[in-house]
Design a protein around this ligand. Structure first.
Ligand code: PEP
Length: 264
């Protein structure tokens, strides 16, 4: 991380924590960050609870004036109507959310989410005034064939190419090799850097350098306090999307601290 971009540490809680556990965690995290004099001007923190916890997290954050941000893990492509079980971008935005994860590999695998649907999700999130965290990354098979960079760049390109420059500049991309998610196998700092740089170069070529330089590119895949410092040391890695380690408040606090230290 060696740029003007403010790093982002985003915790994807997936289907963990009910609303009581979620609010307890946020409170604990805020205390622990206060104890280490965490400076939110140098590192943003966001948590992605389940839909059922968003309102409780909002009430806590607003009433205690916490600086932790939050967002949703999924969104509907439609704005309202007969779509049982879906949640619209406006509903999410009205809960004070800043971010929505779009195209996570688990959503691509377990739900009918293809690139066309993901484009519509990105547009819905942007139109509601939030930032999409667009997840991309190769499977083990693509890496074995040596096409991982083309694959990840192609995923970003296909989803973003029809956006305006202004819309593209509000994107956040999470490079998450699928083989690294939840496996304990982490990409090397160099391969995380290579992917982030290739994605940034493609965004610059499509939308101009000002957009390529503005977009934050996160790494995700078995991030922990043991590997975060090295990863955030790479110039094009602007933070993390974290699954397992974001369920442990001490571990998450440590990763936030390491990320902040890399910028000051
Ligand atoms: C994720 O699910 O986005 C993720 C990166 O998970 P983990 O940190 O557990 O690998």
């Amino acid at each position: 991380m060696a740029s003007q971009r403010i790093p982002l540490v985003a915790g994807n809680w997936k289907m963990n924590f009910d609303h009581l556990e979620a609010t307890y965690f946020v409170q604990q995290l805020a205390w622990k960050l206060r104890d280490i004099h965490f400076d939110y001007r140098h590192c943003e923190i966001a948590l992605m609870p389940s839909f059922t916890s968003l309102r409780s997290v909002q009430v806590l954050v607003e009433s205690d004036n916490l600086k932790v941000r939050y967002g949703a893990q999924a969104v509907s492509v439609t704005s309202q109507g007969a779509f049982t079980g879906d949640v619209s971008a406006d509903m999410i935005a009205h809960l004070g959310c800043s971010y929505v994860i779009v195209g996570h590999s688990e959503r691509r695998k377990y739900h009918p989410e293809d690139d066309a649907n993901i484009v519509d999700q990105v547009r819905a999130v942007l139109a509601a005034g939030m930032q999409p965290i667009l997840c991309v990354g190769e499977s083990y098979e693509e890496r074995r064939k040596g096409i991982e960079l083309d694959f990840a760049v192609g995923q970003v390109h296909d989803v973003t190419r029809d956006l305006s420059d202004e819309e593209a500049s509000r994107l956040i991309v999470a490079y998450e090799p699928v083989w690294a998610i939840g496996t304990g196998m982490v990409a090397t700092p160099q391969s995380a850097q290579d992917a982030a740089k290739a994605i940034r170069d493609d965004l610059s070529a499509t939308f101009g350098i000002h957009v390529g330089e503005a977009v934050r590119i996160l790494y995700g895949g078995s991030v922990s306090s043991k590997n975060a410092e090295e990863l955030i040391g790479e110039p094009d890695v602007d933070g993390f999307l974290i699954g397992g380690a974001a369920l442990n408040v001490d571990e998450l606090t440590r990763i936030c601290q390491l990320t902040m230290n890399a910028t000051v």
